[in-house]
Design a protein around this ligand. Structure first.
Ligand code: GUN
Length: 291
């Protein structure tokens, strides 16, 4: 069994990005510039956004953090998005989700210029991905595809089961895995799927992205399967200093011994997402997605 090291792979990808920034500077170019918009003071969002800003510093990008009080109105936020769309010094920006209930996330995401949507959430980027055009791919699916490629996991003709149909992970994963060149036969499962256990047991590759701690158990996985765990559920623990631990969607102790490859939680898919965002920002600065 090979434990897929997302932390190490993310560090390698980030050092490749940093090398590219050095080259850009040597040639007298502008360094990539990413902005993040953070509304309110949700603890998890604060942590994610500060991780993104720190990662920008590590690879030599310019970064800008724009904060709003949680009482910001939808139109104030939309004005900010328009300003960022028109800011020629900016290669890309993200609006950290979730937003407060009084603001429509769809409206805000759809107001972002797709050419600066380095999160890959805008319908134009999703649509371009579906038809196989170059697009900004959202961070988690991008990170998983990168792990599959870098670990040289065979995909052609393999049966792949994706559990979870979210717009950000499950659905784009199902599209990317079925693309020409990757060539999996994909089954997309969700909360209404019948015989999920039997379907999973047929899979060569399982992507568990439903957000239920330790859902995928040993009896659902065949010998030699590849298992990608996207879950991160925080639960109380008296065994850690912080009093919390992270659980994936996979019952790791049962599933891992049966696998050819598996991602751990933490240290698997999670660390790849920041590297993916940086990579999208680099692509944007080089105008390599929309020509
Ligand atoms: N909230 C949780 N993950 C993400 C992400 O990747 N991008 C944004 N904008 N918000 C998030």
């Amino acid at each position: 069994m090979v434990l897929i090291d997302g932390k190490k792979t993310s560090e390698i990808l980030q050092s490749e990005i940093a090398d590219e920034v050095v080259r850009i500077k040597e040639l007298g170019g502008r360094v990539p510039h990413l902005a993040a918009v953070l509304v309110g003071s949700d603890g998890a969002s604060e942590t994610y956004v500060s991780g993104k800003v720190k990662a920008c510093e590590r690879v030599g990008f310019k970064s800008t953090l724009i904060r709003f009080d949680e009482n910001v109105t939808e139109s104030e936020l939309l004005n900010c998005v328009t300003q960022l769309n028109n800011d020629a010094d900016l290669d890309g920006f993200i609006v950290q989700l979730p937003l407060p209930k009084h603001i429509s996330e769809n409206k805000v995401v759809e107001a972002i210029n797709p050419q600066k949507d380095v999160d890959g959430f805008h319908a134009v980027n999703v649509g371009r991905m579906v038809v196989g055009m170059s697009a900004f791919i959202s961070a988690t699916p991008f990170g998983i595809m990168e792990l599959i490629k870098r670990y040289k996991i065979e995909t052609s003709g393999k049966n792949c089961v994706v559990i979870g149909r979210s717009n950000i992970v499950g659905r784009p994963m199902s599209i990317l895995l079925s693309q020409k060149g990757i060539d999996c036969t994909v089954t997309l499962c969700h909360s209404r799927t019948k015989n999920l256990k039997e379907i999973c047991y047929q899979a060569d590759i399982i992507v568990a992205a439903l957000g239920m701690a330790e859902f995928l158990t040993g009896d659902m996985v065949k010998e030699g399967a590849v298992v990608i765990d996207v879950g991160i559920t925080r639960v109380r623990s008296d065994k850690t200093k912080s009093g919390w631990k992270l659980l994936g969607d996979v019952k790791f102790d049962e599933v891992a011994p049966k696998c050819s490859f598996i991602t751990p939680v933490p240290g698997g898919v999670g660390p790849m997402t920041i590297a993916a965002l940086l990579y999208n920002t680099l692509l944007s600065s080089k105008k390599e997605v929309y020509q």
